[in-house]
Write a protein that binds this ligand. Sequence first.
Ligand SMILES: Nc1ncnc2c1ncn2[C@@H]1O[C@H](COP(=O)(O)OP(=O)(O)OP(=O)(O)O)[C@@H](O)[C@H]1O
Length: 190
Amino acid sequence: MQARLAAHDLACRRGDRVLFRGLSLSLEPGDVLHVTGVNGIGKSSLLRILAGLLSPYAGTVERDGAVGLLDEKPALDPDQPLSHALAFWRAIDATPGTNYPWDMEHLLDVPVRYLSTGQRKRAALARLSAQTAPIWLLDEPLNGLDHRGVSMVGAMVESHSRAHGICVLASHQPFPLDGMRVLELAEFVP
Ligand SMILES: Nc1ncnc2c1ncn2[C@@H]1O[C@H](COP(=O)(O)OP(=O)(O)OP(=O)(O)O)[C@@H](O)[C@H]1O
């Protein structure tokens, strides 16, 4: 897995407020970066800039490799049974297999709209783990998960890192993985 993610002198403006400025980072294969900061400081905005979904107010982003973004919207058709909703993405992502390591076999016939918060998060994580994107951007990946789910996300990110993937994650909760780099967004508030 070859990947690289770098940002140079980023600034982010939302409405009439500059949230952060002067932010640079450089991530190589295997790097995991934990973005921290209080509510509203701009963690989700930073992830969206890194994903290419939001233009920075200043600065540039260099991405070498496909991006897998996990945020509060699972991007799974709410009216489809979970198996169909996941199959839709499997066809696009060109990933074989129907074996999802997320304890979801009993949910595959349930329409996505009936899933609980944690089950929806597990479904989104299942989709992400079936992708081949080397750059993962995870916005609050632990929200809604039980203890076992939290450990599974830790193991999933560790395995992604071992496979030379890159991961940037924003989380208010302690993340169950040693050796991560930390970016404290407060250091870049003007
Ligand atoms: N489209 C928008 N227009 C104007 N302001 C916005 C817009 N989207 C977000 N904001 C503001 O930008 C700020 C940063 O939001 P963001 O979601 O990036 O923060 P966050 O650090 O991820 O917050 P949280 O920890 O609560 O998830 C917030 O004050 C939010 O209200």
